[in-house]
Write a new protein. Sequence first.
Length: 362
Amino acid sequence: MTGDPHTYTAQLGSVVSLVAAGRERVVMGLSATAYFPEAVREHIHSEVKWWMTDAAPDSIRARRQTFTDLLNNPIQISGNAQHLKPKALKALGEALYRDEIHRELERLEREDRDRANVVLVANSYEHCRYLALGIFNAPEFRSKDGLCVAIPADQDARRDLPELPDKIIELTPDEFESFPKRGSILIVPMARIARGLNIVTGIKSAISSVYLCTRPLALLTDPAEMYASINAYGMNSFRSKQGMDPVQALAEAREKAWDRLSLILRSAPGFQSLSQALQNEIVAGMIVDMIQLAGRARRGGTDMTLHLVDHAFHLEAWQGGLATVLERIYQKWSPQERARMNDIYGEALAAFLAYAGIDPLD
């Protein structure tokens, strides 16, 4: 099995094997993010037997940043109406390059030329193109920086994408690894870069900084997301059923799963209006994706900075800001879970706890 199925394998060696083969089986899996309570797609609901901690001090940093438009208003992408996003993405691209990226590239060219590359991450190919237009139109933009934008491999999927100037380089997913030879700025959807892609020079990551320009999507109307939540909620009910008759335990887990489906179907689509339980699940999965994303820039032991630049990350309305939800998740973990999380994720977890103002020693 491939593709990090995680939670879907939780009962593979027990209930599924008993039904299919009449006996339990040993299942062995390898993953960087299989243990993360509250992350419904990823958490394996089992003990982790072996791990390798990323313990290099200050090797991963998560920075809270807000950029403003010409009227000095914070630029927010996620949560905006769809017709407002193109203008906001262009404004963010221009502000990012003007206030941050061009100086960061100049610094890297002096100090570490092989890693003088940055990645901007959005939620879709369309978003990527609007960010690119904003950067390209910035008065400070230097064409020598080489602005690269991801495009779908399927030519039919490109038909409705916004036009770009000829000087902007388009790269298909198969060409991402050649990016350091083509430019210094790559704009790419989260789904295409978070897992399984390495952009390296020699054996070290060629990426020094990653800018998360839109809050990652988690659509509960998507079947995979919906059924992950339903499945995980039923699975969690097994914790209190040790020694119970298996048939009764499964029946009660099924009732819990139906309860979660009912909650999802009653929920409004906006993140801020979701119940705290669903917000927690979405943010936990988001953190897993960001840890995977950070891993792209840690190849060969290099350090990296993850910049969270969509102002939607920092909004605290309705207790839905990233820092607030992270603190809720952290408070739900038992002392044993906190210890195991620190053992497994080390500096990656520390970076996000620091972002949320959480001191694990308190």
